[in-house]
Ligand binder design. Structure first.
Ligand code: WQD
Length: 344
């Protein structure tokens, strides 16, 4: 066994795909998740995909004493990948205090407990939202962190500062901050994918549910932006490509290959695609016509952002390889499987 990794939020969308890639790489995984935006049968599906059942404990990272007790029962954890957080830009504008409490205190609890249990490594799920609306594109890790456009983005900015300040204070922690762009798609087995509880906040699940007839129409939030077709531009990255970046980051920490105690990497494709271009790509890739309409802008949205992934390509030896067409087909295959399983 290469090591034992605690994955918070491990039954979630990115978390579950990362658990499988960790297992494929020879790591033992312990998942803790409060199931606020996922369900426990994801653990069964992880086992079906990887052939290995990860340990799972239903637990909220806000519960300091619960976390303390859990870590005392799972000895020799080498590193933590911290996914557990609320992550919807629009929702964070409506419910800022819920976002600040959940996203900040959960990280603080983990950082406070790590030294007590000799856990040295932290891979933190950060986000391109820390850049706000970048002045120049593609955006590099050295771009100035501008005022976040949403409380969600602000929690990620503050999270990064909390990690840095904790390490600077002398805590025995090595950290890698991965700034994701827009994760989309599903596992090729169609056994893992994005399945938010309730009405999807993110584009792709809402898009595939509309294509499936679960939602009547996809609302495109604005076509009056300063972009070629007026809709927002994002860097849509395949979730399995993203998951693999986490394994490389864990390897880097445990093999002590970091150049600094806190490192930051953009995990994106380097390709910008507008919402309307994505809709067109989905229809072409799947042959499924999509019912959509243009509506007003969504509060908190930034106009356009896509990554310069050069640093991750060079330093981590990681690169996004899945095409947007295959990625969209995987999202559709997942939606079809959900229907087949009677889940949606
Ligand atoms: C994408 C675009 C919307 C829904 C996400 C995650 C965040 C972070 C970054 C990881 C925007 C438009 C959406 C819809 C639409 N990821 N849209 N109709 O806001 O870029 O942020 O990626 O940390 O966690 O939330 O993603 O999918 O919500 O929106 O037109 O029904 O699609 O306006 O331009 P976003 P999103």
């Amino acid at each position: 066994m290469k090591g034992r990794i605690l994955v918070t939020g491990g039954t979630g969308y990115i978390g579950s795909h990362t658990v499988v890639e960790l297992q494929n790489a020879g790591y033992e995984v312990v998942i803790i998740d409060n199931l606020s935006n996922s369900n426990a049968d994801v653990v069964d599906n992880i086992e079906k995909v990887s052939g290995i059942r990860p340990a799972f404990e239903k637990l909220d990272c806000l519960d300091f004493n619960g976390l303390d007790a859990s870590l005392s029962q799972h000895p020799e954890i080498d590193a933590i990948i911290h996914f557990a957080a609320h992550k919807a830009v629009g929702e964070s504008v409506a419910k800022p205090l819920m976002y600040y409490r959940n996203n900040l205190v959960s990280l603080i609890n983990l950082l406070e407990l790590m030294p007590k249990y000799g856990i040295r490594g932290m891979v933190f799920s950060s986000s391109c939202t820390v850049y706000g609306q970048p002045d120049t594109l593609p955006v590099t890790e050295n771009a100035p962190v501008k005022r976040a456009e949403s409380p969600y983005g602000n929690t990620k900015q503050i999270n990064e500062e909390i990690v840095r300040d904790t390490v600077i204070s002398g805590a025995p922690i090595d950290a890698i901050l991965l700034r994701y762009f827009n994760p989309i798609g599903a596992h090729p087995s169609a056994l893992l994918g994005e399945l938010p509880n309730g009405i999807p906040q993110n584009l792709i699940p809402y898009l595939t549910q509309t294509a499936m007839g679960i939602r009547e129409v996809l609302s495109v939030f604005g076509d009056d932006y300063n972009t070629p077709d007026g809709s927002c531009i994002r860097d849509f990255i395949n979730v399995v490509d993203l998951a693999k970046a986490h394994v490389i980051a864990i390897d880097r920490i445990l093999e002590k290959k970091q150049k600094e105690q806190v490192e930051v990497f953009n995990i994106g494709t380097g390709r910008g695609l507008s919402v309307l271009e994505l809709i067109d790509a989905f229809e072409k890739a799947t042959g499924v016509k999509l019912n959509y309409k243009i509506v007003g802008r969504r509060a908190g949205d930034i106009e356009q952002v896509w990554a310069d992934p050069t640093l991750a390509n060079r330093e981590l030896g990681w690169k996004a390889i899945e095409t947007i067409e295959d990625t969209l087909r995987s999202a559709w295959a997942w939606q079809l499987k959900l229907r087949e399983r009677g889940i949606q």
